[in-house]
Design a protein around this ligand. Structure first.
Ligand code: SAM
Length: 282
């Protein structure tokens, strides 16, 4: 039996609307996308195989919003809400935002595929365009630490798209689930742990140490974002270089007024220089 028939038959037996349900199961097994109570937005969701899988994974306390330009036959599950709209039109994105209702979502998925022309470069470019539309939705709605998945067809515009995703997420993965057809050039891009930090690696900022963390590092706040500074003492006003950026916090080391690394063991932090390199002063 071919792989196509295998997943087609399994979908029939296990009551999934599409064999693609197994692709999402494989993506989730590989990348740990869902948790109980999550809010998930699924773009290009007709006939609804991914909606079924996502609803199982988030459970009764979760929410799954499916969007497609085609009608999605209602799913008998209170967790799932379906919208009809074209993701290339701004009003569809507004409709999704209104449905989410001002909060953020944990996962944005896109299995959108263009109408195929058979012209490889055209189909590839259109798939990247749709994935970028999905990325716009993710940018508007994903929480810090949230995950993004989008289907694309491999080709020349892929690297530029990957580089844009890499800037926004802590990890980037590409996966070809075995449930995809052997002949298909489709692959799934997974951005794990959205970063919404107000700083980037190597930024130099002036901060005030307001607390000491459980590991003994100084704690500074930039808006609500936490920066841990090794060896700093409560009350210090210091200049630091950001060394590692995570979705919810960053690590930094003290530097002198020229931005050179400072020995944190020496006593007496110099007070903040009068010339501030950025306005990111906590
Ligand atoms: C491969 S199917 C999705 C299958 C789905 N993940 C499932 O498991 O049932 C791709 C879907 O993308 C939708 N799509 C393509 N372009 C779209 C667009 N511009 N806006 C909304 N949906 C779109 C198509 O209508 C189609 O239903």
């Amino acid at each position: 039996m071919s792989r196509k028939d295998e997943y087609y038959n399994r979908a029939k037996q296990e009551d999934y609307r599409a064999r693609s349900a197994y692709k999402l199961k494989q993506l989730d097994a590989d990348s740990g996308l869902f948790g109980p109570g999550n809010t998930v937005v699924d773009l290009g969701s007709a006939p609804g195989g991914w909606l079924q899988v996502a609803a199982e994974e988030v459970g009764k306390t979760g929410t799954v919003i499916g969007v497609d330009r085609q009608r999605i036959k209602p799913i008998q599950n209170e967790t799932v809400e379906c919208l009809r709209g074209d993701l290339t039109e701004p009003q569809t994105i507004e409709q999704i935002e209104a449905t989410v209702g001002g909060s953020t979502v944990d996962v944005v998925l896109s299995d959108m595929a263009p109408n195929m022309t058979g012209e490889y470069n055209v189909d590839h470019a259109r798939s990247i365009y749709l994935a970028r539309q999905a990325f716009t939705v993710a940018d508007a709605l994903l929480c810090a630490g949230g995950d993004f998945v989008a289907k694309v067809f491999d080709g020349r515009d892929l690297d530029a798209f990957l580089s844009d995703i890499e800037d926004e997420f802590q990890y980037l993965r590409q996966m070809r689930p075995s449930a995809s057809r052997d002949s298909s050039s489709e692959l799934y891009i997974i951005g794990k742990h959205r970063i919404t930090a107000p700083v980037s690696e190597d930024d130099i900022v002036d901060v005030v140490i307001t607390d000491i963390g459980s590991q003994g590092d100084g704690v500074a706040k930039i808006d609500d974002y936490t920066v841990f500074v090794e060896g700093a003492t409560q009350g210090d006003s210091i200049r630091v270089r950001i060394t590692d950026v995570k979705p919810d916090f960053a690590f930094a080391t003290a530097v002198d007024s020229d931005g050179e690394a400072k020995d944190t063991r020496s006593s007496g932090w110099s007070s903040m220089s009068t010339t501030h390199p950025t306005s990111l002063t906590a």
